[in-house]
Design a protein around this ligand. Sequence first.
Ligand code: SF4
Length: 382
Amino acid sequence: MNYTLIPKQLRPIAEKIEAGTRISENDALNLYRSDDLNALGMMANVVRERKNGNFATYIHNRYINYSNICVLSCQFCAFAAKKRDAHAFEHAASEIVQVVAEALPLGITEVHMVGGLHPTLKKEWYLDLLRDLRALDPKLHIKAFTAIEVRHLAQRIFKISIPDTLAVLRENGLGSITGGGAEIFDAGVRDKICRGKETAEEWLDVHRTWHRMGGRSTCTMLYGHIETLEQRVDHLRQLRELQDETGGFSGFVPFAFEPQTTILAHIKRASAIEQLRNLAVSRIYLDNIGHLTAYWVSTGLPLAQVALSYGADDLHGTIIEEKIFHMAGATTPQQQTIAALEHAIREAGRVPVQRDSSYRHLNGANGSTSSESRTRAELACA
Ligand code: SF4
């Protein structure tokens, strides 16, 4: 690292990063407070390249939102609806299976499915859907349900414990759980933006339980609303601590809050600078999580390209149809082609690689040789 390009007050942190020493919460706060974005990018890039080399991954996936009907009314959420609302929707399980069946010939490897906390869908609806999706193609990875959905299913629908709920979901086809719903862990923030949602401890406990069962999941942070920088660092601390305990998080996906059509519309959306700063600090602080995603649905593809030099090594996926961010006012496209993602990655000076749901590089992707593929797989498991 070229220390002359790092501001004097950040050099002790840069030395820790170069030595592979863990930074403290206070260090993370100092990084968040820095205006020197280039220095943050340089430091984040050291961690990024140590973990993932010059590769940048994407997944070929299909998003499904089975319903937006939800018993909660989180203030930041423009997606949810009550049954009586004009924008409420609920897809029949057969429709969902049909949509996924149509996406399979495109080569998708994952279906990513989340919804609201639906008050009346029955246990068999969920289990039949998982089984029918798995029957389409046993190799298709089903990534579904946030921690709050898992808790909702356990307590209100299945009426069994969380471990038993996760076990029955897995028996019927669930491959991994999604990282959504973490928002910001601070109890005061949650009370203001998502009253009634699960607590930080409850979110962490669902993931801990899943990890102890041998499952993997991603983790997230919704930032850029009412939280302070200290509360962001505290959120990252809790993720890093659980990862120390279980090692079950495969990647971290931060999202900037989309205020436009929510009741928090007076909040100014996080700037490009803030999004890059947040990615860089996350990459440096979360030293035990292998992958960091620049979620193009949130950042836009041009900024996601830049993010590949600010700590990110993954652009998420082709998606095909996204509702949650777009109902909140996101103006990004609904989908990206593989060609567009690979072009964006190459333009950023990185090597594009298609990955699976565990961030493993797919053999032979992009004409790679077997030894290149092996190197990629080793890096992906870092
Ligand atoms: S964020 Fe999730 S739990 Fe909260 S209102 Fe929206 S769909 Fe429901």
